[in-house]
Ligand binder design. Structure first.
Ligand code: C2E
Ligand code: CA
Ligand code: CA
Ligand code: CA
Length: 279
């Protein structure tokens, strides 16, 4: 048993160095991809549940590698975070999202909010206020149409620092959303102090509706809680008509999900906007 134990340690150790090497390689490729212009933003519609109107778009990052094809953010955001690449990458995302939002306005398409994801490291350790100011100024996109999504876990990690940054962003006139709400263990006392506009119910609570009574209770409680605090509530990951009807019944404000559309390249999203304008 003893020798098996040490063998297991050996394998584990080799796996670790292998994993570390792969991480380093990925980090180098990531930096290069950003320089070479291989990053794209896709846009997922956000729909008002009462009117059915398209009211916003969440910008979601994609890495278009010439050899490997589309690489998911779940694979590279963690590496970007721990290596610091998230700094320049996050700035690129903000600039691109604002430029695109302004392009659609210039084309006379219906006005909508653009939501941008901000990671923990980017939120607390980079100059996010400076980066958003610059992106807005350079693009001409109005602050009131830019929404930043910050995960509940990021806010829970350093609530005092988070509150300070949120207040600065709020002074700029931006909208603020708490992403993945319900998964981050933030205390309600902190939540009350955060100057946010929107709670996004994590898709993990939507997925099993209508089969999970617990998830239905949690979702309707989050909707009630958000409304009691004067916030809008958006449900993520809506895939079926039953889920949509449940959320409508509970008075949820907006939704996102495959039931309406997957995230789309900007050109395809513009076609949705043109349809919206047509009626
Ligand atoms: P998130 O912010 O929670 O984004 C929601 C994820 O759910 C997206 O995955 C979206 O494509 C996916 N999704 C949307 N509707 C449905 C649905 O109906 N069913 C299912 N199963 N999934 C749905 P994606 O695009 O792969 O992004 C994954 C995560 O990567 C995001 O989670 C976000 O945390 C992060 N991310 C994406 N773009 C950025 C970015 O520009 N900056 C930062 N910091 N993080 C980003
Ligand atoms: Ca998000
Ligand atoms: Ca989310
Ligand atoms: Ca998530």
């Amino acid at each position: 048993a003893k020798s098996r134990g040490s063998n297991a340690w050996c394998f584990f150790h080799e796996d670790m160095t292998q994993a570390a090497r792969e991480r380093l390689a990925l980090e180098a490729r990531l930096r290069r991809a950003l320089d070479l212009g291989h990053m794209r933003l896709y846009y997922q519609p956000q729909v008002d549940l009462a009117t059915g109107r398209l009211v916003g778009a969440e910008a979601l990052l994609r890495w278009l590698d010439p050899e490997q094809g589309l690489i998911s953010p779940a694979r590279f955001i963690p590496v970007a975070e721990s290596s610091g690449v998230i700094g320049p990458l996050g700035i690129w995302v903000l600039n691109e999202a604002c430029r695109q939002g302004q392009r659609w306005r210039d084309q006379g398409l219906p006005e909508l909010t653009i939501a941008v994801n901000v990671s923990l490291h980017q939120f607390l350790l980079t100059d996010i206020v400076g980066a958003t100011t610059q992106a807005l100024t350079e693009s001409g996109f109005p602050a009131r149409l830019l929404e930043l999504e910050i995960t509940e876990s990021a806010l829970a990690e350093k609530p005092e620092e988070a509150l300070f940054v949120l207040n600065r962003l709020r002074e700029q006139g931006l909208r603020l959303a708490i992403d993945d709400f319900g998964t981050g263990y933030s205390s309600l006392a902190h939540l009350k102090r955060f100057p946010v506009d929107l709670l996004k119910i994590d898709q993990g609570f939507i997925r099993d509706i209508p089969n999970s009574a617990d998830d239905m209770t949690i979702s309707s409680s989050v909707i009630a809680l958000g409304h009691a605090m004067g916030l809008k509530v958006l449900a993520e990951g809506v895939e079926t008509r039953e889920q949509l009807q449940f959320l409508q019944q509970k008075g949820c404000d907006c939704f996102q999900g495959y039931y309406c559309s997957r995230p789309l390249p900007a050109e395809d999203f513009a076609r949705l906007l043109e349809k919206e304008r047509a009626g």
